[in-house]
Design a protein around this ligand. Structure first.
Ligand code: ZN
Length: 246
């Protein structure tokens, strides 16, 4: 069984289509979505429709989905994110807004090895940045492998025999993380708004049979996503950051 893992799509339909095209050749059986389908980008309905059409095996919500669906106020967001999420709330169809509002919060167990969450297993809104965060998240996880999102950075942590090691994706080739032994906390990166200086869309594949997590990158027409953001009247900063992957 191979799962395509999508996180932080952020209403970027151009990036999502490119990822689905790239993933066709991998290939995969089922889809997992780690939250933040909407917010920042100009195609919230296009992205939600496309994901719903894929009938994912599991989808959990992210902080932007929660606020975009009207479940929480946008007070915790910065000015740019707040302007975008207010636009998103208005732009969403009633049906898609209801669908987002019904998404479960993580963590969700996928099989005996894997669970998925947005930020951490103990709080969907908390970011994993340093070793302390990693260890806290691993401790809270009910599985040996936890896939997470929220930071928009592709990274993998392995804890085995009391030693924590870090695997960072090499931009030139896909990273394969063998999960045979130890605990793992892995972020497949962001489809629609990467923040590691590489503008290409990030995604992952979890091969449950071979016990490997693959981390991939694929180019997409960034200028088209930027043009859509400008046409929608969303903050210019959101178009700019896609070009530099920050
Ligand atoms: Zn996000």
């Amino acid at each position: 069984m191979r799962y395509l893992v999508l996180s932080d799509i952020h209403a970027n339909l151009e990036a999502l289509e490119a990822v689905l095209e790239a993933a066709r050749t991998m290939p995969y059986d089922k889809v997992l979505v780690l939250g933040d389908l909407v917010g920042y980008g100009a195609d919230p309905n296009g992205v939600v429709d496309r994901i719903r059409g894929l009938a994912p095996h599991a989808v959990i919500r992210g902080n932007h989905d929660k606020v975009g669906a009207g479940l929480e106020p946008s007070d915790a967001f910065n000015t740019v994110a707040r302007a975008a999420i207010r636009w998103t709330y208005e732009a969403l169809s009633d049906d898609n807004r209801d669908w987002l509002a019904d998404l479960p919060a993580g963590p969700t167990a996928v099989d005996e090895l894997l669970e998925i969450c947005h930020g951490t297993p103990f709080d969907e809104d908390v970011y994993v940045f340093d070793d302390t965060d990693v260890l806290r998240a691993m401790e809270a996880s009910s599985r040996r492998l936890c896939l997470f999102g929220h930071t928009h950075v592709q990274v993998g942590y392995r804890l085995a025999r009391q030693s924590l090691t870090l695997e960072t994706a090499d931009p030139r080739r896909p990273l394969h993380i063998d999960i045979a032994d130890g605990h793992y906390l892995i972020n497949p990166g962001s489809v629609g708004q990467p923040r590691d200086g590489d503008p290409r869309a990030g995604f992952g594949v979890y091969d449950a049979t071979r016990q490997v997590v693959e981390i991939h990158r694929t180019a997409y027409p960034v200028e088209r996503a930027q043009a859509r953001i400008r046409e929608a009247g969303l903050p210019e900063a959101l178009a700019q950051r896609l070009g530099i992957g920050r």
